[in-house]
Design a protein. Sequence first.
Length: 279
Amino acid sequence: MSFKSALINPTELLESLGQHTDIVLLDCTIDKVGQSIKDAKFEVLPHSQFFDIEGKLSDSTSKLPHTLVSAEGFEREMQRLGINQDSTVVVYDRWGVYSSPRAWWMFKVMGFEQVFILNGGVPAWKKSKLPLVDQYAAGVKPGNFKAQFQANHYADKEYILTHYRDAQVNIFDARSKGRFSGLVAEPRKGLHGGHIPHSKNLPFEELLDGIVYKPLGELKQQFDHFNTTGNEYVFSCGSGITASILAFASHLVGHEQIRVYDGSWSEWGREELNLPIEK
């Protein structure tokens, strides 16, 4: 099955859950930088699985936070979660919209297309007075998910170095204006302030209206404001999470050539790398 848009609301999801058995619900929640959700009451949608961005779905050999796991590792974990090649996956988080777009991008970069985001996540579901539970689903039958890495959705340090001067490649930074300009210190130690040369600053909060994405027309205006040239869009942030909020919005407004810089500023800003930086 499929939805009209990659972004769905609680009513759409509820109706589809009543008609289809191939929908897999994934809670993709992670803590925000300097803000934990662990003290909040644990509530998830019924029959959900946990999509472990910071654990099983991170490259444990990397010095960088929650960088992308290998295709083999991703495939193994998705099979364990009961996801099949013909499944429909709906991702959400307990903040509203924060880490669910990162999960959406991870599926895309692993070659899986039937993935959708619940706009507003648990808070929106709760606001609609729909049921929540305090535990994940158990006893899930393993799936036959297959991962096929799609390099055209991925950017690393070498890709940025090769393309940051290219007028056909638009690099957007989702961090705050203060961090982008180097006036506010980075929350992680050992990082320069500033931004990738020629990149554009679009703080991720400007695409959100509280717990949900802004309407499509407003999202389009945010991108149109920059008068971009070229068809390729690359998104960066502190560590690849909020960059994905921009990447998903870019997808919604019709951009097709979309990449996320996985290492983002946690890599580019490292003092020992001495990479090109603007302030």
